[in-house]
Write a protein that binds this ligand. Structure first.
Ligand code: OAD
Length: 253
């Protein structure tokens, strides 16, 4: 058994308030590509051309057709993997309180987590740019790009584009949770995009133990995080859960 898995389990079982910050890496094992690194979306598309609000407003058809055309198939078919299910199990055990996610895929909610802060919004809802009505993405005909509302207006997804503000409630709640937690699990994020990447810094500065799960080191590694458990989120989470269960069992005896 990896010593860092044992240490992580001990921190989790002893904690008073655990928060997880997740990024695209946690959904890789569900078939959703990450943004950076091997096979990442930003290798294929220039984020400023396809994920900036100005590009979307200038040419929604292009953004919907290329970037979102690819994404919607993947997002609408994806299912939670062992890492999402592990975080849901940690909540059921009374250990994990809140998930702050940069992902727009809704997989944490699907896995069973009940307090999920969607830092970059979500793809589950679309909003009409003309009449402001919201519709569930699955209920909208996405065959034409851009999809249109009954009023004739163009739909946008409720995710945050580059150049847009973080939804204020998501930002405020994330700051509160990060400054109040005593353990933060940082799973599958490159920690390169602000202000999300500041949440572990806030947690650490407020006295929390920050633990990363990622196959690669990040700018937080060795500076903000206590340690990095290196590996894929699903497998690592299964090992952590198994150790957490043994610790709980031994405490009962
Ligand atoms: P990134 O694509 O930047 O980083 C993904 C991270 O996941 C990397 O650090 C990988 O090493 C790691 N990773 C890959 N496979 C993994 C696995 N199986 N298990 C665990 N980790 C794995 O994604 P984010 O950090 O989420 O913003 O990116 C942050 C933001 O940048 C996104 O929310 C998006 C993007 O531009 C907006 O769209 C506004």
């Amino acid at each position: 058994m990896n010593d860092l898995i044992q240490q992580t389990a001990k921190y989790l079982v002893a904690a008073r308030h655990v928060v997880a910050l997740t990024g695209a890496g946690i959904s890789v094992e569900s078939g959703i590509p990450p943004f950076r690194g091997e096979g990442g979306l930003w290798e294929k598309y220039d984020p400023m051309e396809f994920a900036h609000i100005n590009s979307f407003m200038k040419n929604p058809e292009k953004v919907w057709k290329i970037f979102m055309g690819d994404m919607k198939k993947v997002l609408l078919a994806a299912k939670p993997n062992d890492a999402h299910l592990g975080l849901a199990r940690l909540e059921q055990l009374g250990i994990l309180k809140t998930v702050i996610t940069q992902n727009v895929d809704g997989l944490h909610q699907m896995a069973g987590n009940t307090d999920v802060i969607e830092f970059h919004g979500n793809f589950a809802w679309l909003r009409c740019l003309q009449c402001d009505k919201r519709f569930k993405t699955v209920e909208v005909d996405l065959s034409e790009a851009p999809p249109k509302c009954t009023c004739g207006g163009i739909f946008r997804p409720e995710c945050v584009f580059f150049g847009e503000m973080i939804p204020p409630i998501a930002l405020t709640r994330s700051q509160e949770e990060s400054s109040q937690c005593d353990v933060m699990l940082v799973v599958g994020t490159s920690a390169l995009v602000q202000p999300a990447a500041f949440m572990p810094v806030l947690a650490q500065q407020s006295g929390a133990t920050v633990i990363e799960i990622n196959p690669e080191p990040t700018p937080l590694t060795g500076r903000i995080s206590k340690f990095l458990v290196a590996g894929k989120a699903g497998q690592i989470m299964n090992e952590i859960l198994s150790e957490v269960n043994s610790l709980i069992q031994s405490q009962k005896q």
